[in-house]
Design a protein around this ligand. Structure first.
Ligand code: NAD
Ligand code: MG
Length: 390
């Protein structure tokens, strides 16, 4: 039996992971599940999968979780420290599917005890890529990509020599506002930004798809996962979301990964790696799909992409600044306190302000320094947005 844990179990990725586990439940021994405020779902899944412990991120929900788990034999816990304790419990495979930089510390703990870390939480690689990779190396642990594009690249590299790789192309649907007139973007509503043309995902990543902040994070993620130079990473708008990524080799060959948009493919690949097992995903009928379209991303429509390359150029802790400012700007947009286009403008302004403090940006990449930078960048984002509003 494989011992596994799922952090962010109640979210979109977490539920897709549980769907796969449930189909072969006797093969898995579940150590920990974590969630947020959906206590009923967390408790139901923990009991069904006979987890040792269930953790909610929110301390004020501990009593509810205890009540929901009463008599089940599943331990209940709450808060960031409990999350770290649960992540320290030995496991062979750990799904990192918390949304945002809150996923970083539990991911590091899982690597420290040698687990294979299936990484959906791209934010942790963006904030602290070198730290995660170094922690994995030191503990002989493996980080497996779960983001569909990076899983696609990972699969395209099997048996290949990295020296032969010329470029990596990740695709983007273009999000909800792909075909909107540019002048309408400032007025885009929360409901409009929260609907994705092709993928069914959590609300935050769906809005990040409309603004391309998601693809911007993925450009940085590509660099961290595969160690290529920024100029070797390209983004291509592909409205059908059927080609997930392409790897270009020095002989001119382009290897594409094509499949239906279903996260259970990438999750299942990471779960079964290095084997390929049968998965319950739709088989793509290309004759029915008919055509695949591609176009270059428009810099004016998607300023977040340019910022991602600036982050790579600057290096140091700028990734943590970029991600935290983006998370905070997104909080404000969701709360109705800023306009859609204010998000990228805010992140750009926060990056400029923090860049002036090079002693902070160039500090060593430790968890403490990354957390401090995350905190500072959120404060700066609040200041910038307050100024915009005032
Ligand atoms: P989601 O919002 O559906 O779920 C997020 C999970 O994290 C929930 O279990 C929630 O309770 C938990 N959580 C939220 N805030 C937390 C906090 N502060 N501390 C601890 N736990 C917290 O999100 P999702 O769409 O499943 O995305 C999860 C991660 O996977 C993100 O990093 C996202 O970028 C990445 N990802 C998602 C998809 C997708 O298809 N949904 C695809 C690729 C990558
Ligand atoms: Mg993706």
């Amino acid at each position: 039996m494989r011992r596994i844990s799922i952090f962010g179990a109640t979210g979109s990725i977490g539920q897709n992971t549980i769907d796969l586990i449930r189909r072969d439940a006797q093969a898995y021994d579940v150590a920990a599940l974590s969630g947020g405020s959906n206590i009923a779902l967390l408790a139901a899944d923990a009991m069904e999968l006979r987890a040792d412990i269930a953790v909610t991120a929110f301390p004020d929900r501990l009593d509810d979780l205890k009540a929901a788990l009463a008599g089940s034999g599943v331990e209940a816990a709450a808060g960031p420290a409990a999350l770290l304790e649960a992540a320290s419990r030995p496991a062979d495979w750990v799904m990192s599917a918390i949304v945002g930089s809150a996923g970083l510390a539990p991911g590091l703990k899982a690597l420290e005890q040698g687990a294979a870390l299936a990484l959906a939480n791209k934010e942790s690689l963006v904030c602290a890529g070198a730290l995660l990779l170094e922690t994995a190396r030191r503990h002989n642990a493996r980080i497996l990509p779960v983001d569909s594009e990076h899983s696609a690249v990972f699969q395209g590299l099997v048996g290949e020599d990295m020296d032969a790789v010329e470029r990596i192309i990740i695709t983007a649907s273009g999000g909800a506002f792909r075909d909107w007139p540019l002048e309408d973007l400032p007025e885009a509503s929360l409901a409009q930004a929260s609907s994705h043309p092709n993928w069914d995902m959590g609300q935050r990543i769906t809005i990040d798809s409309a603004s391309m902040f998601n693809k911007a994070l993925e450009v940085i993620e590509t660099r961290e996962f595969f160690g290529v130079r920024p100029d070797q990473i390209e983004v291509l708008v592909h409205p059908e979301s059927l080609v997930h990524a392409l790897v270009g080799f020095r002989d001119g060959a382009l290897m594409a990964h094509v499949g239906a948009p279903d996260m259970r493919h990438a999750i299942g690949y990471a779960l079964n790696w290095p084997e390929r097992k049968q998965l319950p995903v739709d088989r793509l009928d290309l004759a029915r799909a008919g055509q695949l379209n591609f176009r270059a991303p428009d810099d004016t429509r998607y300023p977040a992409l340019r910022l991602a390359y600036e982050v790579l150029e600057r290096g140091g802790l700028m990734g943590a600044v970029f991600n935290a400012a983006k998370e905070r700007a997104l909080d404000h947009f969701i709360a109705g306190r800023c306009r859609f286009t204010d998000m990228a403008a805010t992140v750009e302004e926060v990056m400029a302000r923090m860049d002036a403090q090079s002693d902070l940006i160039d500090a060593a990449m430790t968890l403490d320094n990354v957390s401090q930078m995350d905190h500072l960048a959120r404060q700066r984002a609040d200041e910038v947005l307050m100024q915009k509003a005032g």
